[in-house]
Design a binder for this molecule. Structure first.
Ligand code: NAD
Length: 279
C-alpha cells in the first residue's frame, strides 16, 4: 500500500491560526517587522517571496535588506547592529547563501539573541542543545510539528537524521532527543549510508542531494520526512526518491510537505520574540 502523504498545508494553517490571534493582541500598539538580510541569489529571493506571502496577510511587515556581493564583514556588522537597535524590528533572518566575502558563522555571532528568529545564535542553539525552552530553527521545528499534527509517535523510536547543518540536521537532533527518540546522525563522511538509514523508524533527510534516498535504503513502514528542496530543470524535488512512497508508511511530499510548515513556524517564532521583547 502506498504511503500516507503528510501534507504540510493544514499543519501550517493550524499554526498560523494561533499566530494570527497572538499578533492581534500585540499589534494594537505596535507594527511587527521581520528584517530579511537578502543576498543577490535566485533561491534566496524565492524564499524571501514565500516568507512575504506567509507573513504579509498576518499584518507583518517584511523588510528586505539587500546584501551586496562585495559587502565586507564590517559592513555586515554595521547593518545588523542597526537592526538590532530598531525597536520595530522584532526578528532578523539572514538568508543563505551569504555573499562569498562573508564567513558562514557571521550572522549567528552578530544578530542579537532576542531578535534571532531562526534560533541560530549560540545562546539559542545552546539552549536547544541543553533541552531548555528555546526559539528553535523553523525547518526542524516544523518537521516535529508535522509529526505531532499527524499523531506520529517519537518517544522511544529509532530516528535517523541525514545531514548535520546548523539550520536543519543539528537542531533536529536536539529536538528529537528532547522528544525521547533514539537518534543517529549521518553526513557526507558516513561510510554506509543505506545500512544506517535502513534502521530508521523515523527517517529525516536534509542533505540537498536530489533523490539521495532510494526505496532500498528505507525500512518498510518507516515514516520519512524530506526537507530537501532542489531545483532540477523546471521542477522542485526533494532528497527522497518518490518511489520511497511504495515502502514507507508515511512521507512528506515535495513541494507541499515541510516547506509550508517552516514558514508558519518562522511566523510563530517572530511572535514569540515580539512578546518577549515587550514583556
Ligand atoms: P547543507 O549543505 O548546509 O548541509 C547538508 C548536509 O547534508 C551536510 O551536513 C552534509 O554532510 C550532508 N550530506 C550531503 N550529501 C550527503 C550524502 N550524500 N550523504 C550523507 N550526507 C550528506 O544544507 P542545508 O542548509 O541543511 O539544506 C539541506 C536541504 O534542505 C537543501 O535541499 C535545502 O534546500 C533544504 N532546506 C529546506 C528547508 C525547508 O523549509 N524544507 C529549509 C532549509 C533547507
Amino acid at each position: 500500500m502506498p504511503a500516507r502523504l503528510l501534507d504540510g498545508r493544514p499543519v501550517a494553517e493550524e499554526i498560523l491560526r494561533a499566530v494570527r490571534e497572538q499578533i492581534r493582541q500585540i499589534s494594537t500598539q505596535h507594527l511587527l517587522t521581520l528584517a530579511l538580510l537578502l543576498p543577490d541569489d535566485v533561491g534566496a529571493k524565492a524564499y524571501a517571496r514565500a516568507i512575504h506571502k506567509t507573513l504579509a496577510p498576518l499584518g507583518v511587515q517584511v523588510r528586505h535588506v539587500p546584501l551586496d556581493e562585495s559587502i565586507d564583514e564590517a559592513g555586515f556588522r554595521e547593518i545588523v547592529t542597526r537592526l538590532n537597535q530598531q525597536p520595530e524590528v522584532a526578528g532578523i533572518l539572514a538568508l543563505q547563501p551569504l555573499p562569498r566575502s562573508l564567513p558562514r558563522w557571521l550572522p549567528a555571532l552578530t544578530i542579537a539573541p532576542e531578535k534571532d528568529v531562526d534560533g541560530m545564535t549560540p545562546i539559542n542553539a545552546g539552549r536547544l542543545f541543553l533541552g531548555l525552552p528555546a526559539v528553535a530553527p523553523s525547518t526542524p521545528a516544523g518537521g516535529m510539528e508535522l509529526l505531532r499534527y499527524y499523531g506520529i509517535a517519537v518517544a522511544g523510536r529509532r530516528a535517523v537524521v541525514v545531514g548535520r547543518s546548523p539550520v536543519v540536521g543539528r537542531p533536529l537532533v536536539s529536538l528529537l532527543l528532547s522528544a525521547d527518540a533514539t537518534v543517529t546522525v549521518c553526513h557526507r563522511k558516513t561510510t554506509d549510508l543505506a545500512e544506517v538509514t535502513r534502521t530508521a523508524e523515523l527517517l529525516f533527510v536534509a542533505a540537498g542531494s536530489p533523490g539521495l534516498i532510494g526505496p532500498e535504503m528505507v525500512r518498510p513502514g518507516a515514516v520519512v520526512v524530506d526537507f530537501g528542496i532542489n531545483v532540477v530543470g523546471e521542477r522542485l524535488v526533494g532528497d527522497v526518491d518518490p518511489a520511497v512512497a511504495e515502502v514507507a508508511s508515511a512521507i512528506t511530499p515535495v513541494p507541499g510537505g515541510t516547506g509550508p510548515v517552516t514558514n508558519a513556524v518562522l511566523a510563530r517564532n517572530l511572535v514569540t520574540l515580539a512578546r518577549l521583547q515587550r514583556s
